[in-house]
Design a protein around this ligand. Structure first.
Ligand code: K2U
Ligand code: NI
Length: 194
């Protein structure tokens, strides 16, 4: 199983290397890697396994974070309505995105960044991508459109494949600057004027 020791941290140049496409047909070893990455994300939020192995909770993991520069991403996250989505992805490619932006009012964190970095990360509010998706042990090519929080999670992981870390995207002059076309993510139960 993947542990925190396997996750490489900011400063390691492997986090800055552009990832390459996974060869097609996809080898068993790459499918197993994807399964292990998804298992990490599930384990990290499991009330027993997480603390037992001192795993930092996460909603996603990209292969470069374990030093493998291949286009492999595992996401398991709840959307704003509280629905859980798993996205085990190989060779994701963004097809289109909205002009509107969105952001998390709390800013972002990263398993590979062992420091609190203040500031807002403005990302596309809606994004359409294609990828090979692992479903019932089969890889299915799909076109997926995400918006809001799931779009933010996907873009955070997709950035890892380009060697980009979230602090890179924070406005250096004014970290809390909000562009006119960016609106905050609203989770279920949040007050309007929170
Ligand atoms: O890539 C990673 O390091 C995993 C990040 C993904 C992420 C961070 C911020 C915003 C969207 C995605 C970790 O999940 S950071 C920890 C975390 C845990 C639960 C909810 C949000 C962030
Ligand atoms: Ni990250």
């Amino acid at each position: 199983m993947i542990l925190m020791n396997d996750i490489i941290r900011e400063g390691n140049e492997l986090l800055r290397v552009k990832s390459v496409d996974v060869e097609i047909p996809v080898k068993e070893e790459d499918i197993n890697l994807l399964k292990q990455m998804l298992e990490y994300v599930h384990n990290s939020v499991d009330e027993e396994i997480g603390p037992k192995y001192n795993l930092r909770p996460s909603v996603g993991l990209a292969a470069p974070q374990i030093g493998i520069n291949k286009k492999i991403i595992a996401i398991s996250a709840y959307d704003e309505k509280g629905r859980l989505y798993d996205f085990p992805l190989i060779n994701p490619k963004i097809l289109s995105y909205s002009d509107e932006l969105t952001y998390l009012k709390t800013g972002e964190g990263c398993l590979s960044v062992d420091r609190d970095v203040e500031g807002l990360v403005h990302r596309r509010k809606k994004i359409k991508f294609k990828a090979l998706v692992l479903e019932d042990n089969l890889l299915v090519e799909k076109v997926i459109t995400l918006k809001g929080y799931l779009a933010v999670v996907f873009q955070h992981e997709y950035d890892h494949l380009q060697g980009i870390l979230f602090p890179d995207r924070i406005n250096k002059e004014n970290p809390f600057f909000v562009p006119s076309n960016s609106t905050p993510i609203k989770f279920a139960g949040e007050e309007e004027n929170d």
